[in-house]
Design a protein around this ligand. Sequence first.
Ligand code: GCV
Length: 730
Amino acid sequence: MGRERGPVRRLLLAIAFSITPWSASLHAETGYELWLRYRRVTDATRLAEYRRVVARVVVAGNSPTARAIREELTLALRGLLDTTVSVGATTVGSPGLIVGIASSPRIASLLPARRRPPAGRESFLIANVKAGGKTVIVVAANSDVGALYGTFALLRGLQMQRPVTALESSSVPRIRRRVLDHWDNLDGSVERGYAGASLWDWARLPETLSPRYRDYARANASIGINGVVLTNVNANAQALTPEYLGKVAALANVFRPYGIAVYLTARFSAPIELGGLKTADPLDSTVRAWWRDKADEIYRSVPDFGGFLVKANSEGQPGPQDYHRTHADGANMLADAVAPHHGVVMWRAFVYSNDVPSDRVKQAYDEFTPLDGAFRANVLVQTKNGPLDFQPREPFHPLFGALPKTAQMLEFQITKEYLGEDTHLVYLAPLFKEVLDADTYVRGPGSTVARVIDGTLQGQRETGIAGVANVGSDTNWTGSQFNQANWYAFGRLAWDHRLTAAGIAEEWIRATFTNDDAAVRTIAHMMLVSREAAVNYMTPLGLAHIMGSNHHYGPAPWARLSRADWSPVYFHRADSVGVGFDRTATGSNAVAQYAPHVRELLANRATVPDSLLLWFHHVGWREPLRSGRTLWDEIGLHYQAGVDTVRAMRGEWQSVRESIDAPRFAEVDSFLSIQEREARWWRDAALEYFSSFSQLPLPPGVEPPAHSLEYYMGLRCPADARKPRCPDIP
Ligand code: GCV
């Protein structure tokens, strides 16, 4: 392979590393193995302990899931313990690890009566017991899939090199549907994907099943993801044809042993496009019958089909409003079609009409709150984390908590559309946590977004969380090594939103890169500061949506598009007086959509956090902020701080060189240098532009922009969806 270059080399690498995880471990580190890397335990005491205890393993049963558990343990223990461990459905001699159903006689006889897994199909218990004077680790669950989750939790503990006594735990997912949304098109492209083509090779399905499908399922199951929407929300009705349903069924068969259900996006006009009907009116009986028949047909191929995800009347997608019907009418029609099969409809709240509104961020709330209580029980309204569109920082969406009679799903974007795409190192767990922990105050203090979506605040039984996937056919799955951490963090928080960003980072680093404590600390630090760095060099102090148009890469605060509410100038509103969007009562009054306590906090200049200042207020350039410095100086210093943090991250990465394999070290190193260059580009372009309004000098400590505003405005990024780079940025 040595002399191959460019695409050919990438293809050969992809083939080499996509055969099996076993083969991958024999080759150079590519990132293909993700956090399931299973390298030999480096702590000699721990290795000896593990080898002593886990010499023989029993995983009872012969279901596909039980077989998957045995395969995972065989692979993992061979790697971690660097020895062959006997893993079987039965064993000669007493096992040191036994995995199975808690009520089975063998496990029940080992566990004391009061030690059982928590209730629920997916929960598990890991316990150490004594049998015949020896320690036995028991992974007990109420179902095979619970046992699979318990197995992955145990392996996580081994990867972290925890003592056997510290492996004990019990766990239950706090949210029922933990879903990855793929924005994958049937032609193999991925909308907002930065990791190569779609994983789904539609042309070769159903006959050819890439080994990657199973590795993808393993990765998802290891972090508790239990649903996958295969197709883009900008939907193609073809996905619902018999031809495609056969392909979908083939994928579902691969995913099923790993506890993963498939879902599809439903194009609202499919009855017209596929069924030849004259209308897609959700109250029309022929339309309703068409969807019922379609659902029956899907469930014949995929009996555990999860349901539909729908983007309707948003960005040109068809929907019920085309027929003067409501979102509830549309969602309920589909919900009725899948209800007999126990399916659900995930109906997106990301809507904005084609008439330019007073303030785009208000639309979802305005359209959906009047419909609270009108949705069927098997409809989940799926709402983006913030009211605009996955910006580096937004306030939490005011719909959270405002639909007490409606099941609500939270949608995060794992793919970094607005956060440096593939190359920038931006660890998203702090962003996810900021939203989950945000207090809506709808039922007084403690009414967090997490409690809205896990159903505990308002008594919802259907609960869900979705992440827009960052996965593609790149060898390393996510376009960069560090983007893998965002997939990992999403899954871990979907399972348990109480986990911390730091704790998740540590797990991921130890499983993915190294167990060297100093290196773990350094890398964790880089990750934990990275999101704030990106906010600082892109959109500090509550600025938003000032990126380049279409590709959403790089700065363009000057851009004016055909629609006002697509335009950066609409969002920042810079003028000679100041900058920021007045969303208080003197402006669009978007603050009124929040509960009174939050509303007052955000509307008041004295209490609004600096981090959201310009989201809610138009502030004078010379006005002092909390620090005593003027807004203008703070803007400059925040942009500079973003660049400085990236520079520091580069230095930190250099310091862990000895702990990281050469190929992944070099890739991360080169991406960090791109990130630093582009952080400077953001800083310089934004400060040049805003200074044309403020007419103020940069404060001491801020490096002067390298070029003129005209230079930055004249840069043309190639409109390549995958790599919209501006190659000549200094
Ligand atoms: C799938 C943003 C993105 C679009 C995306 C849309 C959505 O506007 O830029 O690519 O479309 O959000 O979430 O539906």
